[in-house]
Design a protein around this ligand. Structure first.
Ligand SMILES: Nc1nc2c(c(=O)[nH]1)N[C@@H](CN(C=O)c1ccc(C(=O)N[C@@H](CCC(=O)O)C(=O)O)cc1)CN2
Length: 296
């Protein structure tokens, strides 16, 4: 079987278009412009690229973008002061601290200092708890993007067997919660899982989020399964730097019914969902109806 390619880049463009439509309506009908503040500490090259893209796409959608670039040796107290100022700023509806942070900063402490209603990453402990108990929350962008693509491809996910490979707080665990919320039977697999190939072979949906280049070979995939590849790994191949996912695309595409590519799959959906979360946060802050189809 040659798999259908789930085009995340194209899908992300449709999400951004919807976001821009909602932003225009918020301006026209309520004189409100959603604002997103992104905080970058240090000079990690990949983070710089992502933060630039976030700012550009925020402005393109008609929203206000506030960028705070801090030195790599910024103290925890100074970073907390920046977050506190953004928490209090009524023009800022969404706050994101780009990860990873330099080693001397306590990520949990910083994330939990963001006002939960402005936590457009959905990483604050309150949002984690709300999502885990099926209540209205801010939903982490990468898993939300995966869910949107799966719903778009399958319609209902009810009763499907899903395996999430990886148990990170930012992808694996929230992804599992979202799939459970859509009535999948969910297994979270990880480095200690026994008989991982057999566990994966049972799945109708495989979400790979381990951060290990091309770890999942095609013969682990059930014929016709849907494969969502969250991995973004830079490796050297034939003397060139290339980007690969956590699954071996060529062999998995031979067995899967549908698969996301890397690049151009999950990655672009992450930023599109960040914009969607910012509009959602802005509507909630102003007591307005939430945009349909932009959240879980
Ligand atoms: N505070 C956060 N930090 C990080 C997050 C996050 O959601 N919140 N996620 C990642 C990085 N990230 C956004 O921040 C991100 C990663 C990848 C992409 C993307 O579009 N990737 C492209 C390839 C781009 C390339 O060539 O490098 C693709 O997959 O097609 C967007 C956003 C970690 N930090």
């Amino acid at each position: 079987m040659a798999a259908n390619i789930i085009d995340g880049k194209a899908f992300a463009a449709t999400v951004r278009e919807k976001v821009a439509g909602h932003v225009a309506r918020l301006k026209e009908e309520h004189d409100i412009t959603p604002g997103l503040a992104v905080v970058l500490v240090g000079e990690d090259p990949a983070s710089q690229v992502y933060v630039r893209s976030k700012g550009k796409q925020t402005v393109e959608a008609g929203m206000n973008s506030f960028e705070h670039k801090l030195d790599a040796d910024t103290s925890e107290a100074d970073l907390l002061a920046v977050v506190d100022q953004l928490n209090k700023d009524p023009a800022v509806h969404g706050i994101l601290v780009q990860l990873p942070l330099p080693g001397h900063l306590n990520e949990d402490l910083i994330i939990n200092s963001i006002a939960p209603e402005k936590d457009v990453d959905g990483f604050h402990i309150s949002n984690v708890g709300l999502l885990g108990t099926g209540q209205k929350s801010m939903v982490p962008c990468t898993p939300l993007g995966c869910l949107m693509m799966l719903r778009d491809y399958h319609g209902s996910l009810s009763g499907m067997d899903a395996v999430v490979i990886g148990r990170s707080n930012i992808v694996g665990k929230p992804m599992a919660q979202l799939l459970l919320g859509d009535s999948c039977t969910v297994t979270i697999a990880h480095s200690r899982t026994k008989d991982l190939p057999d566990v994966v072979r049972r799945a109708d949906i495989v979400v790979a989020a381990v951060g290990r280049p091309e770890m999942v070979p095609g013969d682990w995939i059930k014929e016709g399964a849907t494969v969502i590849d969250v991995g973004i790994n830079r490796i050297e191949r034939d003397g060139k730097n290339v980007l690969v996912g956590d699954v071996d695309f060529a062999s998995c595409a031979e067995r899967a019914g549908a698969i996301t590519p890397v690049p151009g799959g999950v990655g672009p959906m992450t930023i599109a969902c960040l914009l969607a979360n910012t509009v959602t946060a802005c509507c909630r802050a102003n007591g307005l109806a939430e945009p349909e189809g932009l959240t879980a």
